[in-house]
Design a protein around this ligand. Structure first.
Ligand code: SF4
Length: 203
């Protein structure tokens, strides 16, 4: 049991830094106009349903997400951090800030307001970031039609495998067999589907 605990425990910051996780790993690109996908890094993901992502992350939420939740009978004050939008430090540019709406936490906790009995109360219309997780999107500087798909197999999500996954910290569940670019392709197709369904790239 002690070994099992170690095997699936949270990696230290040192270990995370060593495998480049803090910077995120680009696993591929998507052209959101032509819908072409370009896998670049082998990755495999299967949600482990720990709900850790619902407990420890700040969840950014788009205006389309907000509208979908309102359309399903919730009121703004129930799920948006006020005052909104707030300014958050940009992860892309040193010293820059981005305007953002952020999903509310339950009082005095780090837990999302929509988490109930380890389940998402709004699963059918949850925010885009939740649907994409543990992947995120980043614009590509020299081509506005491309977005980079980034994974952060960090201390919260233990269900991502990349080539950098450490043999002593193998996340659950394990993929039987080798991770290939075909796995990445499947993930990118799903990311593209979410982008289309949530109208993420529409101006
Ligand atoms: S909206 Fe649902 S999936 Fe997203 S953080 Fe909250 S409980 Fe988790």
């Amino acid at each position: 049991m002690a070994n099992e605990e170690k095997r699936f425990s949270t990696p230290s910051l040192d270990e995370i830094e060593k495998c480049g996780v803090t910077r995120g790993i680009e696993v591929g690109k998507i052209n959101h106009l032509t819908h072409e996908i370009f896998p670049t890094q082998e990755v495999w993901f299967q949600c482990n349903s720990t709900t850790a992502c619902c407990r420890y992350h700040e969840i950014p939420i788009t205006e389309n997400d907000i509208q979908r939740i309102l359309d399903n009978g919730y009121e703004l004050f129930q799920f948006i951090v006020e005052p909104s939008p707030i300014l958050i430090k940009s992860k892309m540019k040193e010293g820059a800030y981005t305007k953002a709406y952020v999903l509310k936490k339950k009082p005095f906790t780090t837990e999302c307001v929509f988490l109930e009995d380890d389940r998402c109360k709004i699963h059918e219309f949850k925010p885009t970031a939740c649907r994409l997780y543990p992947f995120t999107l980043r614009p590509v500087d020299d081509d506005p039609n491309l977005v980079s798909v980034i994974v952060h197999p960090d201390s919260v999500c233990t269900s991502v495998h990349t080539k950098e996954s450490r043999s002593d910290q193998i996340p659950l569940p394990m993929k039987p067999g080798k991770i290939t670019l075909q796995d990445t392709k499947t993930i990118l197709q799903n990311v593209l589907k979410i982008m289309i369904e949530t109208e993420l790239m529409k101006k």
